[in-house]
Design a binder for this molecule. Sequence first.
Ligand SMILES: Cc1ncc(COP(=O)(O)O)c(C=O)c1O
Length: 336
Amino acid sequence: MLHTAVTQLIGQTPLISIEVPDRDACLVLKLEKNNPGGSMKDRMARSMVVAALHDGRLATGGTIIESTSGNTGTGLALAALEFGLHFVAVVDHHAAPDKIRTMRALGAEIRYVDGDFAEDEVALVERVRLAAQLGAQLPGALFMNQADNPANPEGYAGVVEELMIQLPDGIDAFVGCVGTGGSMTGIAQRLKRHNSTVRTIAVEPAGSIAFGGVGHPFYQSGTGTPAGKAPGKVLDYSCIDLGVKVTDIQAFETARYFARRKGVLVGGSSGGAIYKSLEFITAGELTGTVVTMVVDGGEKYMSSIFDDEWMAKRRLLDPAIASQLDGWLFGKPHAA
Ligand SMILES: Cc1ncc(COP(=O)(O)O)c(C=O)c1O
């Protein structure tokens, strides 16, 4: 079949199954980096634009404004090209530099928020404030407001339809990351509608406050709710059985390990979701088919997570995580 727009390539992403020895469970990774913008967020970005065009909040020639760490922005840049719109991405220095370059390459205008922020401090509140202000000021502009936009979770309907076909024997658990909560909500609600016994586990960075605890800065990008920011209206806690936290070290070392040992390049937040999935599986707390969302690929983090110097400088390296993963996946430490 010949496609006529790159956004027609969104969805139908593949699965890869990871064996866990001596456990009655299989870890299945949904590889969302196979979307054209390299992340699951292509799905919700297009969904938000289509909804806004449909109900007249946005018209051809208009401008999309969004606060983004880069993945939503890349999806919006693609949707803007499809529908003849301009796109202004409001970003901060917490975003992975490769993601900003990608949005710019796809024709987006990049606006940084003002202010001095620590490197591991995400300026989400300031980003949202500037995006809302630009949306109100610029003629024909619309602030997409992904954290409160119902078309965000709706954009993930296709993920569940695909999983039902790809895994006809059923799904026992779903593990995903929570930033806005759009993907977790859109997927968990639908999975539970099909099978009320499916277990749903949401993973956020240690220091993120969507599931309680004390807020502090974190390096995981695109995910989490920093202190001072309320979780988005799209986050439906009632469809999530458990919210858990993962440290930057656990998340990043897992991403590096999966690249090295499995040849699967995953991003940092997905490294965290994989780490927690394996922890629950090896503890016997998750059994059967456990699906974990791989939000994006490691290719977006070559100058951070996959750069030894960057990791060492920030004290994010810890060989104990690789040994732990060796034990979980191979039953013993791996001989180098
Ligand atoms: C890399 C990464 N991980 C996790 C998330 C969280 O996804 P959601 O906003 O659906 O909760 C995002 C969202 O932008 C992301 O870019």
